[in-house]
Ligand binder design. Structure first.
Ligand code: PGA
Length: 249
């Protein structure tokens, strides 16, 4: 009932020469049971359309909260949509850290994205200090409450749990720790949006997912897919992750 989602976040990586990877990932996507999404740099979204075809979805990595205006260097949700995006990642910890984005900013951006007809992948996650102080669930609860706007549906919202200390480090939480947070997020979504929306909304895990650990992570309850950074850049790494997700129960 929840369609699995394998999402790749290319971050600030990729120029036109990476279109061959899009092409190869699109080939895997056409045979996959899971939905497959790549969020390349915004400069590649329009040019990647041809290689992506119908089966590989493309998305943005951030958008501005305003529709248009004097915001040099920023990109609006409507611009992403116009370039062919269907999703946008919002509140990634690198945006929260590098650009000082807080929950209120993320919520405003999410509203703008939904208004423009994009689906949103809202990222939440704790620092290592917060985990070691046993504050993980409080932090996640606060981020969910603050970052997700009221007007979401199970179709338009995806939540990504990305522990900050696991991003790009090769470290991952234990399966029990992942399960605990995903169950908690599911509970919060049900409480706020009702069981219908709460149960149908997809929750992704992100942070050092690779071909070697994907299958066991996808076996954890309430893990509906992954948001993958480094291992989504090359089809040779991303393909086994997509396959593991399609094979997961
Ligand atoms: P990683 O990044 O897979 O390279 O750890 C994940 C992310 O930041 O979304």
């Amino acid at each position: 009932m929840r369609r699995k989602l394998a999402a790749g976040n290319w971050k600030m990586n990729g120029t036109a020469e990476a279109l061959g990877e899009i092409d190869a990932i699109a080939k895997t996507a056409s045979g996959a049971e899971a939905e497959v999404l790549i969020c390349p740099p915004a400069t590649l979204i329009a040019t990647a359309q041809g290689a992506a075809g119908d089966r590989l979805l493309l998305g943005g990595q951030d958008c501005h909260a305003e529709r248009s205006g004097a915001h040099t260097g920023d990109i609006s949700a409507a611009m992403l949509k116009d370039a062919g995006a269907t999703y946008v990642i919002l509140g990634h910890s690198e945006r929260r850290e590098d650009h000082g984005e807080d929950d209120e900013d993320v919520r405003a951006k999410a509203k703008a994205a939904l208004d423009a007809g994009l689906k949103v992948i809202i990222c939440v996650g704790e620092t290592l200090e917060e985990r070691e102080a046993s504050n993980t669930l409080d932090i996640i609860g606060g981020q969910l409450a603050g970052s997700i706007p009221d007007l979401v549906t199970a179709q338009s919202l995806v939540v990504a749990y990305e522990p900050i200390w696991a991003i790009g480090t090769g470290k991952t939480p234990t399966l029990d720790q992942i399960g605990e947070v995903h169950d908690f997020i599911r509970g919060r979504l049900e409480r706020r949006f009702g069981t219908g929306v709460g149960r149908s909304t997809r929750i992704l895990y992100g942070g050092s997912v690779n071909p070697g650990n994907a299958a066991e992570i996808f076996g954890v309850s309430n893990v509906d897919g992954a948001l993958v950074g480094g291992a989504s850049l090359k089809a040779v790494d991303f393909t086994p992750i997509i396959d593991a997700l399609s094979a997961a129960k």
